[in-house]
Write a protein that binds this ligand. Structure first.
Ligand SMILES: [Zn+2]
Ligand SMILES: [Zn+2]
Length: 296
């Protein structure tokens, strides 16, 4: 949970790196490692680091370097290394997470609508940190967060499928229990828990994964919880479908899935997928753990 303490801590953390020399030190450490990649990189001696950063005044350089220890840089007997946070700051700078608000992808019709009964086309676009998939005919709409580098450095114009594989990777990380933003633990739950809401064919039982640390929430359909299940992966493989290439917005359509709440107390969600001639039924509990997954 982000409380007052963490806000103060965050302010302090960002103020530590809001300085040209300190950012240069992080960049330089990063460059020294990437210039000479090694599975077991040693630490960088003070003099090497100082020369590369190009600060003449030893006292001044020492001061700024010390400010980065221990959060972003670790001091060893023979030199310095980047911490995980130090490497993340560089990664964030490269992907433009905090700075790049200009990168956009003009909306292009790129896919069929997730709703099998709709003739419309799904238009994909990227704006202000979000991939948007919108049907040009019905209400279908999905929004997923993604860093600017996704469209800035990848060839998304020519291969819009990259938007799908990136967002699926994020979603699968979440399903496996790691927040896509902060890597904190994620808890799944069923949004709609009532039998009265029994869904029509083709509609979804909404589920949500919430991060217990940063509170980011990812809403999706129950079928998403079983996409990576070995039984489903194998069934798709036998049908000539590589599950890693399914876009998040096409999961239910590709799997021909039917979802319903089949018990309220305890909450149980039943997801039936039909792939080729085989039907597979999975039962999920209230936290989206797969209790059973078997062919019919
Ligand atoms: Zn549509
Ligand atoms: Zn999180």
């Amino acid at each position: 949970m982000v409380g007052e303490d963490s806000t103060a801590e965050l302010e302090e953390t960002f103020s530590v790196v809001a300085n040209d020399i300190r950012l240069d030190i992080l960049w330089t450490l990063w460059e020294i490692y990437t210039d000479n990649p090694s599975p077991d990189p040693g630490s960088v001696p003070f003099s090497t680091l100082k020369d590369r950063v190009g600060v003449r005044d030893s006292g001044q350089f020492h001061y700024h370097l010390d400010e980065l220890v221990p959060r972003f840089v670790t001091r060893h007997e023979d030199g310095y290394t980047l911490t995980y946070a130090g490497a993340r700051i560089i990664g964030a700078a490269v992907s433009g997470i905090y700075t790049d608000t200009q990168t956009t992808l003009e909306t292009t019709a790129a896919d069929s609508c997730p709703d099998p009964s709709c003739e419309g086309e799904l238009e994909l676009g990227y704006h202000q940190g979000h991939v948007r998939a919108t049907c040009n005919s019905c209400e279908e709409r999905q929004i997923m967060s993604a860093p600017p580098i996704l469209v800035g450095a990848h060839d998304v114009d020519r291969n819009p499928g990259l938007l799908g594989s990136f967002t699926l990777t994020q979603l699968q990380k979440t399903v496996r229990g790691f927040c896509h933003l902060c890597s904190g633990p994620v808890e799944g739950s069923v949004v709609q828990q009532s039998l009265d809401d029994e869904v029509e064919t083709g509609e979804n039982v909404e589920i949500v994964y919430e991060c217990q640390e940063c509170e980011a929430a990812s809403y999706t359909a129950a079928t998403t919880a079983i996409l990576g299940h070995p039984a489903v992966v194998s069934l798709l493989y036998d049908a000539g479908i590589d599950y890693r290439k399914i876009s998040p917005w096409h999961i239910t359509r590709t799997l021909n899935s039917k979802e319903r709440v089949n018990s309220e107390d305890p909450v149980r969600v039943e997801v039936t997928v039909s792939i080729a001639d085989t039907k597979l039924t999975a039962i999920l509990d209230e936290n989206l753990t797969v209790l059973d997954c078997s062919e019919q």
